[in-house]
Design a protein around this ligand. Structure first.
Ligand SMILES: Nc1ncnc2c1ncn2[C@@H]1O[C@H](COP(=O)(O)OP(=O)(O)OP(=O)(O)O)[C@@H](O)[C@H]1O
Ligand SMILES: O=c1[nH]c(=O)c2[nH+]cn([C@@H]3O[C@H](COP(=O)(O)O)[C@@H](O)[C@H]3O)c2[nH]1
Ligand SMILES: NC(=O)CC[C@H](N)C(=O)O
Ligand SMILES: [Mg+2]
Length: 537
């Protein structure tokens, strides 16, 4: 399943007319490059990611069976915008361009791309005029997920226009003779209803690639990789009680047994009751050795006076590492007779954490996840991150296969920086207490209403720098708003706001404004991702 897995070339010297190689995903700095690779894996075709600086001869040497050009943040007509070696279009290899990749293809082959002023973000109605092979079997009217501000205004010569939207006259095109295709929307995201069908039409029909690749045993591969990396060394695992670190810890435990000690940091940014839950339930379920560190004061002191989101994230990332270093020193001191240093730190890092932190080729930094972009420069640990190329649902499947209890595997995600990035403004003890109370009400009501399985997660956000006027008990109030951000998602790369029942929203609003001092307004966030992210900071 890992796209880092080596590609074994088949013997027999295939040429480009008889390719045996992977599908190459050319990364133009997309948020979704790894997602494309993963959707190709789901279609049982092996794929690898290559940077957009790849040359035609490098591509030819891999004898790819197909090429997918990813999206990206640039505009093709800007100076210095990433281009593609145009020889790639002459290799005879089928190509599918997506969003920016579609625009690059259009420009390279003589079409036109312009800033139309018609930006389309999120769910967009698409009209198919000519399905061709690419859109075969799809309804003529459908919704697809868009995220663009530029559009192809004229298709290159020899290309048929297949679809349009209100703002985009050329939303998909095809040149069957050359097996070149493109779509403006993002077929790789789950919110594009017929997206996977577009990719499968391209892979299996247009490019004629058989569905014969199989992910093999990810667990066995990862266990072997961890054993090779760690050897007989001792390992600390940053354990949060969340899904990702639970699965990472279970994999490492399977690989190196008692060489592993888990460290849970109570940084004071946790939700009500969370620390107790991790200490009791997790240890009971897994039997791992767990050390809990109370670092509440350390984090709060470090965050005093800071309200910029990125600065907060970097501080939190740094303080996490400082806590692990201290835990490392304590563990070494405790085992003084052995005296072996603990070099390895396991984190439950997933691919979305990496890509949002700007970890792909030319990828924009959206936010620095504490465990990736928020790590300090003087990090001494060698990281062990067995889940780094995977997505949450793939990780959940691995967790189930490893026998982790369902309460852990199906838990809703909670970000490592916790409530620290859900207070828009400076983090103070008083604000944390207030937000913790509001959050506890929301969680209790969602659970009571049976909504937990419906939603991916529901951040509760305190707008600490915003105040509004209210009236309570015939008196004037000047309080803060609480934002509810319930979202549904498959992998956190895209999300939609969850349509919670009105009476449930009313109950939550009523309880928060009555029970939480200082809050006089509750608002609902009705933004999809994109353009919003799930967390507010
Ligand atoms: N309070 C914490 N103590 C120790 N490590 C933590 C803590 N919070 C986060 N981490 C580390 O940071 C990683 C990333 O956090 P993240 O929230 O993405 O994952 P998770 O908590 O394991 O799973 P989930 O996404 O389900 O919350 C974790 O996998 C874990 O290694
Ligand atoms: O461990 C984490 N450290 C972080 O710094 C971080 N930032 C966001 N998230 C979680 O990632 C998913 C995507 O969130 P966004 O749409 O806000 O980027 C959502 O599930 C978020 O809760 C984080 N998790
Ligand atoms: N998501 C994308 O690939 C966007 C492409 C380009 N930056 C645009 O705005 O149109
Ligand atoms: Mg978490």
């Amino acid at each position: 399943m890992s796209t880092d897995a080596p590609f074994t070339e088949q013997p027999g010297g295939a040429d480009s007319a008889n390719p045996s190689g992977p599908v190459l995903v050319v990364d133009f700095g997309a948020q979704y490059a790894q997602l494309i690779a993963r959707r190709v894996r789901e279609a049982n075709v092996y794929s690898e990611i290559v940077p957009h600086t790849v040359t035609a001869s490098e591509i030819a040497a891999k004898r790819p069976s197909g090429i997918v050009l990813s999206g990206g943040p640039s505009s093709v007509y800007e100076e210095g915008a990433p281009r593609l070696d145009e020889g790639i279009f002459d290799l005879g290899v089928p190509v599918l361009g997506i969003c920016y990749g579609f625009q690059v293809m259009a420009t390279a082959l003589g079409g036109e791309v312009a800033k139309t002023g018609q930006r389309e973000y999120g769910s967009t109605a698409v009209r198919i005029s000519d399905s061709g092979v690419l859109l075969d079997g799809q309804p003529a009217e459908q919704t697809a997920w868009m995220s663009h501000g530029d559009s192809v205004s004229r298709a290159p010569e020899g290309f048929e226009v297949l679809a349009s939207t209100e703002g985009t006259p050329v939303a998909a095109f095809a040149n069957d003779a050359r097996r070149l295709y493109g779509v403006q929307w993002h077929p790789e995201v789950k919110h594009s209803t017929y997206g996977q069908a577009v990719l499968e039409n391209f892979l299996h029909r247009a490019a004629g690639i058989p569905a014969d690749w199989n992910s093999g045993n990810v667990i066995a591969d990862q266990v072997a990789a961890i054993q090779a990396q760690v050897g007989s060394g001792r390992v600390i695992c940053a354990l949060s009680g969340g899904v990702d670190s639970a699965v990472a810890a279970a994999l490492v435990h399977k690989a190196v047994g008692d060489q592993l000690v888990c460290v849970f940091v109570d940084h004071g940014l946790l939700r009500k009751d969370e620390a107790r839950q991790v200490e009791e339930d997790y240890v009971k379920a897994t039997g791992v050795r767990l050390v809990t560190v109370n670092a509440q004061k350390q984090f709060l002191d470090a965050l005093t006076g800071v309200s910029d989101p990125e600065t907060k994230r970097k501080i939190i990332g740094r303080e996490f590492i400082r806590v692990f270093e201290k835990a490392q020193a304590d563990l070494i001191a405790e085992a003084a007779s052995e005296g072996d240093p603990i070099r390895f730190l396991v984190q439950g890092t997933l691919y979305p954490d990496v890509v949002e932190s700007g970890g792909g080729t030319g990828t924009a930094n959206i936010k620095s996840h504490h465990n990736v972009g928020g790590l300090p420069e003087d990090l001494q640990f060698e990281l062990v991150e067995p889940l780094r190329t995977l997505f949450k649902d793939e990780v959940r499947a691995i967790g189930r296969e490893l026998g982790l209890p369902e309460e852990i595997v199906s838990r809703q995600p909670f970000p490592g920086p916790g409530l620290g990035i859900r207070i828009v403004g400076e983090v103070t003890q008083e604000r944390l207490d207030l937000l913790r109370d509001a959050d506890a009400i929301v969680r209790a009501e969602l659970t009571a209403a049976g909504q937990d399985a419906e939603i991916w997660q529901c951040p509760v956000v305190l707008l600490a720098d915003v105040r509004s006027v209210g009236v309570q008990g015939d008196g004037r109030t000047y309080g803060h708003p609480i934002v509810l951000r319930p979202v549904s998602s498959e992998d956190a790369m895209t999300a939609d706001w969850t349509r919670l029942p009105y009476d449930l929203l009313a109950k939550i609003s009523n309880r928060i404004t009555n029970e939480v001092d200082g809050v006089n307004r509750v608002v609902l966030d009705v933004t999809s991702k994109p353009p919003g992210t799930i967390e507010w900071e």
